[in-house]
Design a protein around this ligand. Sequence first.
Ligand code: FES
Length: 157
Amino acid sequence: MAISFSSQALEAFHQLLALYPDKSAALIPVLHLAKREFKTITPEVMSYVAGLLDVPPTRVMDVVSFYTLFPREEEGRYVIQVCATLSCSLMGAGTIIDYLQKKLNIGIGETTADKRFTLKKVECLGSCGTAPVMQINDDYYENLTPARIDEILASLP
Ligand code: FES
């Protein structure tokens, strides 16, 4: 069965289109909408979005493959993104990443067997003054230490 947005997502889609001079300019916001709706941006989702916006599927693929924001494979319930850029590196991001890999028993880009966590290493999250920093789904966690990570992960429902 072909995929399609829910009625609520379709309404949001039409509201987004009204904000842009032409359909193709709404590609990134529509991909965010597709991520919320489908979780994973599969080739089928890319084709669907391309059809909605009247753009070639290859254009959608170019954008999806450029940004880490649009997962092409199923991710865990919690996506942990650890900044590994200069300020965070100087403040111990390497230790944080090693700790998370051992604690979760996964490597970078992998998901735990129970589908609870996905671990990613990313570029600057824009909070360099509170390095080292990670983002879990939409929330930031700053001034990280291994002990703080234990607290954070234990607090997640
Ligand atoms: S270098 Fe890590 S948030 Fe900027």
